[in-house]
Design a protein around this ligand. Sequence first.
Ligand SMILES: [Zn+2]
Length: 216
Amino acid sequence: MSEFRALLQGYDRFRAGRYETERRRWESLATGQSPPVMIIGCCDSRVDPATIFDTEPGQAFILRNVANLVPPCEPDGGLHGVSSALEFAVTKLGVRHIVVMGHGACGGVAAALGGHGDPDRTFIDRWIGLLDPAVERVRASGTDDPQHALELEGVKTSLHNLRTFPFVAEREARGEIELHGCHFAIAEGRLWELDEASGRFHAVGEPDLDHAGAKE
Ligand SMILES: [Zn+2]
């Protein structure tokens, strides 16, 4: 119960603080949203995109799920929460950037590496099965840090799957939308950005930093 009280105390601070000083912004936002950016991150409590990117309300349309995964486009009549959020962001809101952000010490990635047994067993098992091809690539690479390697491969997997949605691929081809991959290292508070041409991640704002620095 006290944990919920802590949330309400936070709400009190918001009402008396940020809401009060930014009341005009909230009144304006009530008339509609037009965020320029969609961020796809992990549910993990440590990696809130609004905190990491210090965004303002209305700036980023944020979708979070286990291991920041985007499934491939499957117009099969199923219930697709990620795909519907993506469709809304791209075709209705007209976001101009989609950012996929992985992170260090990701439990979903660890589960994928640990093997997930019967694919019919749990929701998580089936969901992280999206990483199976990436797991195979990581294992084949012989890396001594498969957790970190799979966190990075997972970002690439989501970017690949984003492009299986025609409304994303078409807009990217026309230069109307840009896709970005990132990885956030928790302890260091450091963001790494994917250079898709080389497949490597570079520390944002720290060009000389060694790639291995992203390890948790
Ligand atoms: Zn995670």
